[in-house]
Design a protein. Structure first.
Length: 168
């Protein structure tokens, strides 16, 4: 079925006139290099290429956005890692300082423990010596009291003579 058969007889002249006008415009554009004639197949290929380009461009924009997001996350994680490393360094320095202080404190503790042990030995020796002196002093006081008693008795009775050497 041809195009002209499907049109009514009254619209044929206007349709043909319109077709002729388009054909003359196309020829004129082709002669004057003012236009381009593209077949339907070529036009469809161009449209498919444009759609592929648009889809590829959209995918590229998505990929660039994902790349930027990943880059931002990487930079944030790197900053966090740097901060953690700095904190770790500071903590290691503090640990070294504390270990040094602990070593000093241990040495001081050992010295103090040694001095304490020496003081305990001296105290025990002093206490032992003191007990000995107390016993000696108590014995001496008993002897003095005995001598006083003998002196008191000899004073009350002058005729009795005591040998002072027998008091021991």
């Amino acid at each position: 079925m041809c195009v002209s058969c499907s049109l009514s007889t009254s619209s044929r002249p206007s349709f043909l006139a319109h077709l002729l006008t388009l054909f003359h415009s196309l020829l004129q554009a082709a002669r004057g290099n003012e236009g381009v004639f593209v077949s339907k197949e070529t036009w469809d290929e161009l449209e498919d290429g444009r759609r592929n380009y648009d889809e590829t461009k959209r995918k590229l924009e998505i990929a660039e956005s994902q790349l930027q997001t990943t880059r931002d996350q990487f930079e944030q994680n790197f900053r966090l890692l740097s901060t953690r490393e700095e904190q770790l360094r500071k903590t290691a320095d503090e640990l070294g300082t504390v270990k040094g202080e602990l070593g000093t404190t241990r040495a001081s503790l050992e010295e103090t423990s040694l001095r304490l042990a020496q003081q305990e030995v001296l105290r025990d020796a002093f206490e032992t010596s003191r007990e000995g002196w107390k016993e000696s002093a108590a014995g001496a006081l008993d002897d003095v009291e005995g001598l006083r008693a003998k002196l008191g008795a000899s004073r009350s009775n002058p005729s009795q003579r005591f040998d002072l050497s027998s008091a021991h």
